[in-house]
Write a protein that binds this ligand. Structure first.
Ligand SMILES: [Zn+2]
Length: 94
């Protein structure tokens, strides 16, 4: 009974704790595990730090891309009169 409870506790450990999220290095029982955002494990502080930095860079890029999407809208609106001009040219050449 006791061993069954023990194996159950082992089994209930999430699978994502088995390897480093960044470099996929296996995380053994004796190796340190560095957690990030509650559920992502890393084999070292360096791996975790790299993930944090890439996350911050992604967030910054997302903000930049979301602001550039507003400039996309202005390109779309400027496209409409260009199509009208093309149709007008077609009619004129006929
Ligand atoms: Zn790692």
């Amino acid at each position: 009974m006791r061993s069954a409870a023990l194996s159950y506790a082992e089994f209930s450990e999430p699978h994502f704790l088995e390897a480093c999220t960044l470099c996929s290095k296996p995380l053994g029982n004796n190796s340190d595990i560095f957690m990030y955002r509650g559920n992502t494990p890393y084999c070292s502080q360096e791996c975790r730090q790299e993930q944090i930095e890439s996350d911050e860079a992604r967030e910054r890029r997302w903000k930049v891309s979301s602001s550039s999407s507003s400039s996309k809208k202005s390109t779309e609106t400027s496209k409409k009169p260009a199509t009208a001009v093309q149709t007008g040219t077609l009619v004129a050449s006929n």
